[in-house]
Design a protein around this ligand. Structure first.
Ligand SMILES: *[C@@H]1O[C@H](CO)[C@@H](O)[C@H](O)[C@H]1NC(C)=O
Ligand SMILES: *[C@@H]1O[C@H](CO)[C@@H](O)[C@H](O)[C@H]1NC(C)=O
Ligand SMILES: *[C@@H]1O[C@H](CO)[C@@H](O)[C@H](O)[C@H]1NC(C)=O
Ligand SMILES: *[C@@H]1O[C@H](CO)[C@@H](O)[C@H](O)[C@H]1NC(C)=O
Length: 450
């Protein structure tokens, strides 16, 4: 506001007083600014004593020990302008759209001036100073954003009851909800494949299942970490490959600890799949069963569909891939047929026996701002937009709470990088099919060299 700012507080009070003066001037029937011809309006308000630094003309006024451009104190909605170079000099606007036209053709928005045609971004929405009507106006897109401060506030307001907290995940800021739903998820219509898969039934005693379980502790060094799918809707590929990788380490008892290539699946499982636009899990598992995968080092993640680099029916020797030391593997890493797990305890039994499983969840907008705690969809957050996502369940537990029975949860690895949630993981209610997480749970056995 001021040319030299060494006294902000009294200045603020001064501006307040000035605005008040203006208000009373209005009340006393002084003509509206817009009726005045362009001219030294502010100069008239502050009969020139001395002017701004280096200017010394009628364009500035002494205010609480500083000199200010008088325009700063004018009502900017009007078309008059007392200092023709105010816009270029003070606001850095290009001279060619300069005053007095610029005043007419500029928009004031969130404390700043924008020339006609200039734009800015407000979270995920672009705003542009456009002259559609009589007066230029800042017109903003009205997309829903991936991070909405209102959702964060709503969740944190009820976080005690909800059991989790929200935050502004900075990588998601500035993106639309539609982009997030498409490019941060990417698992297509589970209803279609789920009917094709047979749930398996095993005999076990559900009461003997432990209260806490973490596959990372049971199979140390064999469970993969957190990936970042980036802006590629391929959770279908990442979750499949990560479950397969974990199970290779487990079934081989550490002899084949491998990170398989999600890019291989993304780029080569292209029939009936949509790459970064989403994919079906049954087709992904069929591809891994028939063709197998190479490892991550050989075919690293790029986050774009890309052209398939590994021909079908190839042996490991025919690829350029290095074989892990001591390995006698000849074919690519293949998996047996995928099977489905029917309910909470079946899933737990399977995990205790064979390792992490793949789950599909219905994602509501509030999941994107999850920070910590045991997630459940907040009923106060509007939820007309949902989409499916697949993830890897790595464990479970329960949390003792003061207000009721322990809260049971799953521990789930997401694919949004380590900075999201609880170091890339989230916990979600268990046993109540929260966000359909217990409906579409899949696993498969690796074809390891035993
Ligand atoms: C000036 O514009 C702002 C924002 O468009 C508006 O809130 C304000 O009421 C306007 N002031 C006058 C005096 O018209
Ligand atoms: C969210 O984070 C981004 C990036 O760090 C930041 O620019 C933005 O101002 C933040 N938004 C809120 C509401 O805190
Ligand atoms: C969990 O797995 C261990 C072997 O790792 C086994 O001894 C135990 O019985 C299993 N528990 C259940 C409830 O299946
Ligand atoms: C899940 O199904 C099995 C039978 O397959 C049953 O024994 C078990 O009690 C069920 N668990 C739950 C939580 O319903």
């Amino acid at each position: 506001m001021t040319r030299s700012r060494n006294n902000d507080f009294p200045l603020t009070m001064f501006i307040g007083a000035f605005v008040l003066t203006l208000f009373f001037s209005y009340a006393q029937g002084i003509p509206d600014f817009s009726d005045l011809p362009p001219g030294p309006y502010c100069g008239a308000q502050y009969p020139a004593l001395r002017c701004c630094d280096g200017r010394k003309d009628v364009c500035s006024a002494p205010i609480v020990g500083t000199l200010c451009y008088c325009d700063d104190f004018c009502d900017r909605n009007v078309t008059s302008d007392c200092c023709p170079d105010y816009w270029s000099h003070c606001k850095g606007m290009p001279v060619d759209i300069g005053p007095p036209k610029s005043v007419r053709a500029s928009c004031f928005y969130e404390g700043k001036y924008y020339g006609h045609g200039h734009s800015t971004k407000e979270n995920c929405n672009k705003c542009k100073c456009s002259a559609l009507g009589r007066k230029p106006e800042m017109l903003c897109e009205t997309n829903r954003c991936l991070v909405e401060p209102e959702i964060i506030d709503a969740v944190n307001y009820e976080s005690d009851r909800l059991g989790w907290r929200a935050e502004n995940h900075s990588e998601f800021w500035g993106r639309t909800l539609a982009e997030g739903m498409k490019l941060r998820l990417g698992t297509l219509n589970p209803a279609e494949y789920v009917t094709k898969m047979i749930p398996i039934r095993e005999v076990y005693d559900p009461d003997k299942l432990p209260k806490y379980f973490d596959s990372r502790n049971k199979w140390r060094g064999m469970i993969g970490g957190i990936r970042d799918q980036e802006w590629c809707g391929a959770s279908w590929a990442l979750s499949t490959v990560d479950v397969a990788s974990d199970r290779y380490g487990i079934i081989s008892m550490g002899r084949e600890v491998v990170a398989l290539s999600a890019q291989h699946l993304l780029s080569c499982n292209n029939r009936g799949q949509q790459g970064c636009g989403g994919g079906y899990l049954d087709r992904a598992w069929i591809f891994v069963k028939k063709n197998g995968l190479v490892d991550e080092d050989c075919y690293p993640w790029t986050g774009v569909n890309g052209k398939c680099k590994i021909p079908k029916r190839i042996t490991l020797d025919q690829t350029q891939c290095r074989r892990p030391p001591g390995s006698t593997r000849k074919e690519l890493y293949k998996m047996g047929p995928a099977y489905r797990l029917g309910n909470e305890t079946d899933i737990m039994h399977e995990m205790n026996k064979s390792g992490p499983v793949q789950a599909t969840i219905k994602v509501y907008p509030d999941l994107f701002v999850y920070k910590s705690g045991i997630y459940r969809h907040s009923p106060t957050v509007e939820d007309s937009r949902t989409s499916y996502h697949s993830v890897r369940i790595v464990g479970w537990g329960e949390e003792i709470v003061s207000y009721g029975p322990p809260v049971k949860y799953w521990v789930v690895a997401n694919s949004w990088g380590e900075h999201w949630g609880e170091n890339g993981f989230f916990r979600i209610l268990r046993g109540v099919n929260e966000c359909e997480i217990e409906t579409f749970v899949l696993a498969a056995w690796p074809k390891a060299i035993l």
